[in-house]
Write a protein that binds this ligand. Structure first.
Ligand code: LLP
Length: 421
């Protein structure tokens, strides 16, 4: 459920008409609903209760500091994968002891940043990284809390670009090497084991792959404890999928996911951490765009929007589907037309949808891309020197720009011409 509904025939974000935002900030823009973000975060905390747990929002899915503040104030932890994301979490007021540092290639500088600023745990992904962290922590005279990300060799049954838990993927340490790696950590200075980490992929639409992976983690927990390690936390990663269309089969709900976690890991006396991104942010955001032209081609009609692949790359990058709906609701029974919906960027791949049925649209009309809160704004670029589009947050009948559209001057002034040229 989200808070983007038609009221009086026009699409609203909570109590704000999208047309009003468009009139104020121009199109295209992203808009997020505070009520939906809050609701989705709470679904997880309710699903995991009464187990001790921390829901660490995967910042990579939506990293605006205002959104992080909203979630942080509700008690969320944060899952970060770079120094920049770490600083975003801190800028949102999230304390270090609620920040988990994931990612395959943490640099020594990033490790230093997090160790100085405070960190809940590093999720280690390789032996060289483990040795680097040991050195950095020792130099700083501190002890780094660590979990090792194990690769359970489980098929997540999702898009190949976002599956991470098979042995051919670059992520984690093969689960059968875990025992040796934990033994080395115990010998190294500056490191302290706190738990085990696993993340098998994103947009999973079944619970079975999670359950297979979590059972392996349960067995590993018992084994490592028997070998003398202190395992107090299990970080289960993110990955629970969302419905991208209203018609397709609904992925499992957080309650089902929580029940499965309790069933497979509930008796281990550990704190559960999860790192959901998409399920919290995905359906909490829309991208709103205006129609520049309707171009009647030879065998098809093109809807040329002012948003393009640089603003929302998921369709061209993964062939992803986003529902696209008119901001002004068409009366029931209105005629529809099949459009190829494209952006102005000079690539054929700049296509959002082909042959999509929509009510008849004209220049200046607005459309909204649903489910665009996750991996939307964060993956945008300035390709074709198109300014990054603004982000807007709505709460009740308030809205505010939480990232402004840069001016052309701001964009051009980032380049410099050497004096010797
Ligand atoms: N934890 C780790 C270690 C991750 O790598 C990810 C996502 C998450 C948590 C959050 O996963 P989520 O709950 O959002 O599925 N750009 C792609 C998705 C890439 C996901 C990368 N890792 C897309 O647009 O579908």
């Amino acid at each position: 459920m989200d808070h983007f509904l038609y009221k009086n025939g026009t699409l609203h974000a909570e109590d704000v008409a999208l047309a009003d935002i468009a009139a104020s900030v121009g199109t295209p823009f992203y808009v997020y609903s505070a009520a939906t973000l809050t609701r989705h975060y709470r679904l997880f905390t309710e699903a995991l209760s009464p187990l001790p747990h921390l829901v660490c929002f995967a910042i990579k899915s939506l990293s605006n500091v205002a959104v992080l503040k909203l979630l942080g104030d509700l008690g969320a932890g944060m899952d970060v994968v770079s120094g920049g994301e770490y600083l975003r979490a801190k800028a949102a007021g999230v304390p270090g002891d609620r920040i988990v540092f994931s990612g395959v290639g943490k640099t020594r500088d990033e490790m230093r940043l997090a160790l100085k600023g405070g960190i809940r745990q590093f999720n280690l992904e390789s032996e060289p990284e483990m040795r680097a962290l040991s050195q950095v922590a020792t130099e700083l005279g501190v002890v780094a809390p660590v979990a090792v990300r194990v690769n359970p060799d489980v098929d997540a049954k999702t898009h190949e670009k976002i599956a991470t838990g098979k042995k051919e993927n670059k992520f984690g340490i093969p689960i059968d090497r875990a025992s040796a790696v934990y033994a080395e950590i115990a010998r190294l200075p500056g490191l302290k084991v706190v738990g085990i980490d696993v993340h098998i992929g994103s947009q999973l639409t079944e619970l079975e792959p999670f359950e297979l992976a979590f059972k392996k983690v349960a067995d590993l927990t018992r084994q490592l404890r028997a070998e003398g390690h202190t395992i107090t936390r299990l970080d289960l990663g993110g990955g629970l999928g969302i419905p991208y269309t209203r018609s397709n089969e609904a992925p499992p709900l957080p309650t089902d996911y929580g029940a499965m976690i309790k069933r497979t890991l509930g008796d281990l006396d550990v704190e559960i951490e999860i790192e959901p991104g998409r399920l919290i942010s995905g359906n909490s955001g829309l991208m709103v765009s205006g129609v520049i032209y309707v171009k009647n081609g030879e065998d098809r009609d093109f809807l040329i929007l002012d948003a393009a692949m640089n603003d929302l790359v998921r369709p061209s990058m993964y062939g992803a589907h986003h529902d696209i709906i008119p901001v002004v609701e068409a009366p029931a029974g209105s005629p529809t037309q099949a459009y190829d919906i494209v952006g102005p960027v000079c690539e054929t791949g700049d296509t959002f949808a082909k042959g999509r049925d929509l009510p008849l649209l004209a220049e200046g009309d607005l459309v909204a891309f649903r489910s665009a809160g996750a991996y939307g704004a964060v993956m945008s670029s300035e390709y074709n020197t198109r300014p990054l589009i603004p982000e807007v947050l709505v709460k009740g009948d308030h809205f505010a720009v939480i990232r402004a559209r840069p001016t052309y001057d701001e964009m051009l002034n980032r380049d410099s011409i050497p004096e010797w040229l």
